[in-house]
Design a protein around this ligand. Structure first.
Ligand code: ADP
Ligand code: ZN
Ligand code: ZN
Length: 673
């Protein structure tokens, strides 16, 4: 007997011999331990057993069977295969993402540890933790709730478009409750960063031990436990989790909620599978004939477009809970202030004034600066030399507190040089403003004010992140300065002022989505002002004060923004009007890569014609010492994905059989963000 087994490496599957004494135990969906290469072992999942001996290859035998019964169910297999096909990656990559680390031991020691852990499904919460009190819906919320239910009668997916603080979470809670009462399971997805103690506690109070939480910052053991529980006879009825929780086993899924559906972090960038958790979750729900609710204050164009086309249902919430006013957004023209030399670092006189008043009233302030570190880079004052990463095509970011410069792509870190290596002078200027510099300027401008900083440097671990949130909500600091992180669903009572220090860097990114994104991010960040009892005031600093996009942001005019941008998208053939596929090629040797990329471009054009653009070097053309080329494919929405896939894989095969392309790495990003 033979078995086809998928391993957590970038191949679909391998065939192994099943030793006679294991024949009864090797079943589809069970994990097995197998040798690979000279002396590696892997844990794989059995896809099938059969009697077709592979020809002309040495065949190795399965060493051990880890499970008594399948740990991957049929629905998961179907889902894995869909991900592999749609996102153009081998099944092994999906399996790797699909099972928690502790289920894929790759050496003897980890194997032993995993077999010990397997017995321990513990339920440390007593059944009485099920408190089950729902706080009632407001009339506006009730109306939205009813509309969602009606919409679900004939739509599989519904968009809940509700302004910040309209009480979407409360509506989710009522929908979850109803679904659980029908004996069905619910998956509630949140972006990594928004899954805080705040939301977990709120749901825990209501759903008690019926709820399991799944987070990538959990330990291997914790994630294993949730997985095993979901595969058991007593699964959690509600999973509150981040994008990877779509891979958990479900048995009777009835509802999927994707909160903040527009969030970019739902897309896995690296490594494969480069899936979009929202889109994959919609697929997952359909496999169960379950419904999907997408919630956001600022829909992604894709979702809003499908809602307008009536493919998705659409429900709107236009007022904040308790009719709180949306914050007023005041635009400050920094071009003018700069010309008159009135700027104090990143601060305009108006922002300083508003902040001082708030501090006097003992109110809190959030400042948003979308760049971490001290400055973008340093430059030699004499000759203009700029330090760059030796492995990537980017400048090094200055981190003043640690006197270092860091590559934000590969992590390369070095000390600030004493002298310029080009001209030996020792005067440097720093260009650009990061959160660390803002923090320093606050200390100079607002004497006595206390500050917390939240970015990838200060909130490296989940505990640090939660700590900053809890310190700020208990008013241990007056000002919170941070990157994107400060925008995510945080709920602070005493924040009356939000300062957006520089809207321009985001707007000017060379990306067709930059306006959509800026609108989303700035609306989110503005929504942090004036929740609960304080009226909010947002100061938005920009050099393009009279542009359309800034006006659309200040007037919270999503519709106008959408219409203007969609015209351009249609004209230049961008999503949602077409489907984008990026083909990436990576190689150590830049010249060879250039040649191979041209070759692949030619082959692609022979099939796809002018749907092919490039090859080009992406903005960062080298990362981790590998040069990169990108070929863009714009495919019509109605085209068959399966046909596209077959063409692409055939061309990839042709490329990779050429001896000179031996070390060429080809991968795809489908629906890139
Ligand atoms: P959103 O997710 O739409 O931004 P939230 O669900 O966080 O809004 O609600 C905003 C605030 O209003 C929260 O503090 C929440 O506790 C409160 N809230 C919303 N709906 C209700 C309700 N029905 N009863 C009591 N409080 C509510
Ligand atoms: Zn110099
Ligand atoms: Zn680097």
């Amino acid at each position: 007997m033979f078995a086809d087994i998928t391993l957590p490496i970038p191949f679909d599957s391998f065939t192994y011999l099943v030793p006679p004494d294991l024949e009864a135990r090797v079943m589809r969906g069970c994990r097995v331990v197998v040798p690979l290469g000279k002396n590696k072992i892997y844990t794989g999942v059995v896809l099938s057993t059969h009697n077709n001996a592979p020809q002309g290859v040495e065949i190795k035998a399965i060493m051990e069977v880890l499970d008594e019964r399948p740990v991957v169910n049929e629905q998961q297999f179907t889902f894995w295969q869909w991900i592999a096909n749609y996102y153009l990656c081998p099944l092994g990559d999906v399996m790797k993402a699909g099972l928690p680390g502790a289920m894929k031991p790759t050496d003897e020691k980890a194997l032993k540890a995993s077999s010990r852990k397997r017995k321990a499904i513990k339920s440390d919460l007593s059944p009485s933790a099920w408190a089950g009190q729902l706080s009632p819906l407001s009339p506006a919320q009730q109306k939205a709730f009813d509309e969602i239910e009606v919409s679900f009668l004939d739509k599989n997916v519904t968009l809940l478009h509700g302004v910040t603080s309209s009480g979407k979470t409360e509506i989710y809670i009522h929908l979850i409750d109803k679904c659980l009462q029908q004996g069905k399971q619910v998956l509630y997805l949140l972006p990594e960063i928004a899954l805080t103690t705040q939301i977990t506690e709120r749901l825990r109070c209501i759903f008690g031990d019926k709820m399991g939480v799944y987070h990538s910052k959990f330990t291997d053991g914790q994630r294993l436990e949730v997985y095993q529980r979901q595969a058991s006879d007593q699964p959690y009825q509600l999973i509150l989790g981040v994008r990877s929780s779509i891979f958990l086993p479900f048995q009777s899924l009835g509802l999927v909620i994707v909160d903040e559906e527009h969030e970019q972090s739902y897309k896995q960038q690296e490594p494969a599978p480069r899936y979009h958790a929202r889109n994959a979750a919609i697929m997952l729900a359909q496999m169960f004939k379950a419904k999907t609710l997408l919630g956001t204050a600022t829909p992604s164009f894709e979702v809003y477009h499908w809602a307008r086309k009536k493919l998705y249902g659409y429900v709107q919430l236009t007022q904040r809970y308790r009719n709180m006013q949306l914050p007023t957004i005041e635009v400050v023209d920094t071009k003018e202030a700069k010309r008159k030399r009135l700027m104090k670092g990143a601060f305009s006189p108006r922002l300083i004034e508003v902040m001082k008043n708030a501090l006097e009233r003992k109110e809190q302030i959030i400042l948003f600066q979308n760049r971490r570190g001290f400055s973008s880079f340093i430059e030699c004052k004499t000759c203009g030399w700029v330090p760059r990463c030796p492995h990537c095509d980017v400048t090094l970011t200055l981190h003043k507190k640690t006197s270092t410069m860091t590559c934000h792509y590969c992590g390369y870190t070095t000390r600030i040089p004493e002298r310029c290596p080009a001209c030996e002078e020792s005067k440097f200027v720093d260009i650009g403003t990061g959160t660390e510099k803002v923090e320093e300027q606050i200390a100079q401008l607002f004497e006595g004010a206390t500050t917390l900083r939240m970015d990838l440097d200060t909130a490296t671990t989940r505990a640090q992140f939660e700590r900053i949130i809890s310190d700020f909500s208990t008013h241990k600091a007056d000002i919170l300065v941070g990157t994107q992180m400060v925008t995510k669903g945080l709920d602070f009572d005493r924040v009356s002022v939000v300062g957006i220090l520089d809207a321009d860097t985001m707007l000017n990114l060379p990306d067709f989505r930059s306006y959509e994104r800026t609108f989303q991010t700035l609306s989110q960040v503005a929504g942090r002002a004036g929740r609960n009892n304080t009226a909010g005031h947002v100061i938005l600093q920009t050099r393009s004060a009279d542009s359309d996009i800034i006006r659309q942001i200040t007037q919270n005019d999503y519709w106008q923004m959408f219409c203007t941008q969609m015209e351009e998208r249609q004209m230049f053939k961008y999503p949602p009007f077409v489907r984008l596929i990026y083909v990436y090629l990576r190689h150590k040797d830049n010249e060879l890569l250039e040649h191979l990329a041209d070759d692949m471009g030619t082959r692609l054009r022979a099939v796809f014609g002018d749907r092919v653009l490039g090859p080009d070097s992406p903005p960062v053309g080298r990362i981790h010492s590998l040069y990169i080329r990108k070929i863009m494919l714009k495919i019509e929405r109605r085209a068959s994905i399966e046909k596209v896939r077959q063409h692409l894989l055939a061309i990839q095969q042709q490329m990779q059989t050429m001896p000179i392309a031996k070390n060429l790495n080809i991968y795809y990003d489908v629906d890139p963000l």
